[in-house]
Design a protein around this ligand. Structure first.
Ligand code: PA5
Length: 451
């Protein structure tokens, strides 16, 4: 069984010798606390052994629901924000064809995302695009009350019912939400939609291996059994009884906390495959929302290389030395393309003729990592054999368990997000939402808006 691999040599060398090893007791204690449910936020640990608890029957139920959508829809819109969309988006982008949206593939519905912004232009253009199309909606919200998602869903539900029929809409609208509470649950029960439950003890950003991620991924035509299998393999590889030096999640948690304590406040997640752009976005939410609290936490940033070497590369090479990089290195591409020879050689690139494009990319990657290490940027490398369902499942669980450990080592509750409420309170007050009268008056005065 091959696994994703972690290499911290080029990061640990920036720390005093023995620093990573010295984290072992803290990391072990953090992992014990997660296992025993004695850590802060212990009512949100349902993700910890989620992969090994997923049954074949449950996967079949998701696949059967996906089949209904795939058979009846040219497009499926996933409405959700934060943890209710980023995981699915990350997996679908990583596995999908970069130009799928141009291909008009009759066998595969186009998967679209909404409810992750409040842009009028975006929603207008989406509703225009969907005009005349057979489309379904997966409405995802754990709380069932998130404004961005609810707003998009109201528009999409109406359009779906008008364009198809109320009866057909019932067949192609699926809800993924709380078992009992929230507007999404009330609506699903009233309309008789097929629905899945987001377990109470699984927070949004840890929910990609629940129907939140699995249903959209299955709708896109990918193998969710393999995705879950990969996660199960990583659950075993990062278990609490795995020795510290052999446990990649423990090592990652230790080295990044060591770097943070040494003044490296920013971690840049780097890829050399544009398909991984949204994996970084998912990772940013996972780590940012889990660790950024109480005035603490590494700032999670991301770059797509080599693209961003022509924009951010200068900063990374020579800017303030407060950063470290974590590179996701894909060992083998899924497709093969050789660089052609050219008689005239006007571009001077004949020295690359006959080589795979990936060989050039790999040398760019190696050269970049060396240059950045030479420039004072610690480098962590996560190798993934190739982009397929199994290895993405491994990567997802690896980041989740490492995040749980790392947040505990940092001394925060990684499973809450109290800071997210502040903007909502102001927005509702400014919009005169009932119940916010007192805040409305105060905030309007502050920004100089007439009541
Ligand atoms: O990680 C989290 O809990 C959040 O980012 C949520 O996923 C996000 O706010 C969406 O919430 P909900 O699923 O309740 O609509």
């Amino acid at each position: 069984m091959s696994n994703i691999k972690l290499d911290i040599i080029n990061a640990a060398c920036f720390l005093q010798p023995g620093t990573v090893e010295a984290f072992e007791p803290k990391v072990k204690a953090a992992q014990e606390a997660l296992e025993n449910g004695t850590c802060p936020g212990n009512d949100f640990l349902g993700w910890l052994h989620l992969p090994s608890s997923i049954t074949d029957e449950f996967i079949s139920e998701i696949e059967n629901t996906a089949k209904v959508l795939r058979e009846n829809c040219e497009a499926v819109v996933v409405a959700g924000i934060g943890g209710s969309y980023l995981g699915a988006k990350a997996v679908i982008e990583a596995l999908g064809n970069s130009f799928e949206w141009l291909m008009n593939d009759k066998n595969n519905p186009t998967i679209l995302f909404a409810g992750n912004n409040i842009s009028e232009d975006y929603l207008y253009e989406l509703t225009e695009y969907l005009k005349g199309k057979r489309f379904g909606v997966i409405n995802i919200s754990k709380s069932g009350t998130t404004t961005e998602t609810a707003l998009a869903f109201r528009l999409l539900k109406k359009q779906c019912e008008n364009q198809m029929s109320k009866e057909m809409a019932r067949k192609v609208i699926v809800a993924i939400t709380d078992e009992k509470k929230g507007a999404a649950r009330i609506c699903a029960d009233k309309e008789g939609y097929k629905s899945f439950i987001i377990p109470d003890n699984v927070g949004g950003r840890f929910s990609v291996l629940t129907p939140v991620g699995l249903l959209p991924v299955a709708c896109a035509g990918f193998d969710i059994k393999a995705l879950v299998r990969g996660a199960q393999e990583m659950e075993a590889a990062c278990g609490k009884d795995v020795p510290f030096a052999e446990n990649p999640a423990a090592q990652y948690a230790a080295v990044r906390n060591g770097l943070y304590e040494s003044g490296k406040k920013i971690e840049i997640m780097v890829n050399f495959q544009p398909k991984l752009h949204f994996m970084s976005e998912w990772w940013k939410q996972l780590y940012g929302e889990s660790e950024g609290k109480e005035g603490k936490g590494i700032f999670p940033a991301s770059c797509d290389f080599t693209t961003d070497l022509h924009s951010m590369g200068q900063w990374v090479q020579e800017g303030e030395r407060s950063i470290f990089e974590t590179v996701i290195s894909v060992e083998e591409p899924n497709k093969k393309l050789l660089f052609p020879s050219d008689e005239e050689n006007l571009d001077g690139l004949n020295f690359l003729a006959g080589k795979r494009v990936d060989e050039v990319n790999k040398m760019a990657e190696l050269g970049t990592r060396l240059a950045h290490v030479d420039g004072g940027v610690p480098n962590i490398c996560i190798s993934i054999p190739r982009l397929d369902e199994k290895y993405l499942g491994q990567l997802i669980y690896f980041f989740e368990i490492a995040c749980g450990i790392s947040g505990n080592v940092l001394g925060v509750n990684p499973f809450n997000q109290p800071g997210v409420e502040a903007y909502k309170k102001n927005m509702f007050a400014l919009l005169d939402k009932p119940g916010y009268e007192a805040e409305s008056e105060a905030i309007k005065k502050r920004v100089g808006v007439e009541g």
